[in-house]
Design a binder for this molecule. Structure first.
Ligand SMILES: Nc1ncnc2c1ncn2[C@@H]1O[C@H](COP(=O)(O)OP(=O)(O)O)[C@@H](O)[C@H]1O
Ligand SMILES: [Mg+2]
Length: 369
């Protein structure tokens, strides 16, 4: 077994447009996906996720660069000869066939013995919790159940890698959340490498071992959910994953992993964690998440601590969302409601003068995009 289940080396895909031009859908992507990993490609619509997945599946070929599956350069091997299988958002089930027949279809094509087909289909239907539904037709199933049939149909062929292109996109929110956890559990059970495409950042965080955040055909950052959320290396990733506050300025000094940025709107320097490659004089952006900012009545640090006025309060049960203003700059803060109280004095009020603290270890300095 080679080191990686799937590897993309400097892959480019250029499509001709109907107007006679060209579009670079995938722009020099490198990815190394490990065996048994739940790996997600996350990014806005049109960033090249599906195209990348289709090149792994064999429905498209790279314009340049190479795809390796289990260490082998896969070249122009057709999809059905690759050890991969794809689950699409539109399940494309055969409507006139039963659940059993839908799932068995691929195995019958391979001329596998009848009793073995029966055993394998039974096993996989149990796995996706459709035991007892063998004789139903797709229109007698809910959307979630239909998606499970599509999943069973892909898994029954025992691919080494399962490719999933926004498979939960058609389901309503509640069902989608249930299926996210189920899919994750299923993946751990079967131990197959999953490559999962989604534009939903929460979904990617919940399910993935690692995530590739993509934009405009590039993989901007590849890392664990914690790395991607806590240490985004670009303004795009910081903005796309979760919520954050940005403060713009100019780098004043850089020393080891610390940087100081002069922020005009605060008329002050802010110290934070430096991203690799920052240089003095460079335009930079400070990124700090709303839950990591501290509000207090008095200043608690001599640096990175600013006087502000509360402009908006939203009590949402688990949190209170507080917006403050500093010289026209709005900053959003989420305060977890750790104390159960009806005393309104413990909550902040509009127009209250407060101090906010940006702890340097929670404050990231990123190059401005
Ligand atoms: N067959 C095709 N011909 C021309 N352009 C395409 C084709 N497939 C995808 N594209 C373009 O490539 C870009 C990436 O598309 P896609 O990979 O589908 O993005 P995503 O799945 O992230 O939404 C888009 O601009 C899309 O319009
Ligand atoms: Mg897509």
């Amino acid at each position: 077994m080679s080191e990686f289940a799937v590897e993309l080396r400097d892959v480019v895909k250029i499509f001709p447009t109907p107007e006679g031009g060209e579009i670079t859908a995938v722009n020099h992507i490198n990815m190394q996906i490990k065996h048994g990993e739940f790996f997600s490609m996350l990014g806005p619509s049109g960033c090249g996720k599906t195209t990348t997945l289709r090149m792994i599946a064999g429905f498209e070929w790279p314009t340049s660069g190479e795809v390796r599956i289990d260490g082998h350069v896969i070249g122009r091997t057709p999809p059905y000869l690759r050890p991969v299988n794809t689950v699409f958002q539109s399940y494309a089930l055969f409507q006139h066939m039963t659940v059993f027949q839908n799932v068995a279809f691929g195995l019958e094509m391979e001329r596998i013995r009848k009793d073995e087909i029966k055993r394998r289909v039974g096993e996989v239907l149990e796995m996706v919790k459709l035991g007892g539904m063998e004789h139903r037709k797709p229109q007698q199933l809910s959307g979630g159940q239909q998606q499970r049939v599509a999943l069973a149909r892909a898994l029954v062929k025992r691919p080494k890698v399962l490719l999933l292109d926004e498979p939960l996109g058609a389901l309503d929110l509640k069902l989608r959340k249930e299926m996210q956890l189920e899919l994750k559990t299923l993946q751990e059970q079967v131990g197959i490498t999953f490559i999962y495409v989604t534009h939903d950042q929460e979904e990617a965080l919940i399910m993935s071992d690692r995530i590739a955040v993509m934009n405009r055909g590039k993989a901007l950052q590849i890392g664990t959910p914690v790395e991607i959320y806590e240490r985004p290396t670009s303004q795009f990733v910081a903005d796309f994953i979760g919520e954050t506050n940005f403060l713009y300025g100019t780098v004043r000094f850089v020393e080891a992993d610390k940087a100081s940025v002069y922020v005009p709107v605060l008329d002050s320097e802010v110290i934070g964690l430096a991203t690799a490659g920052l240089t003095v004089g460079q335009k930079a952006v400070i990124s700090i998440r709303p839950e990591k900012i501290r509000i207090s009545d008095k200043p608690i640090l001599t640096k990175n601590c600013f006087s502000a006025r509360v402009t908006l309060i939203a009590y949402i049960g688990s949190d209170t969302r507080v917006s403050v203003d500093i010289n026209g700059q709005r900053i959003n803060i989420w305060e977890q409601n750790k104390i159960s109280s009806l005393d309104t004095n413990i909550y902040y009020r509009e127009n209250q003068e407060v101090w906010i603290t940006l702890f340097p270890e929670n404050t990231l300095v990123l190059p401005e995009e």
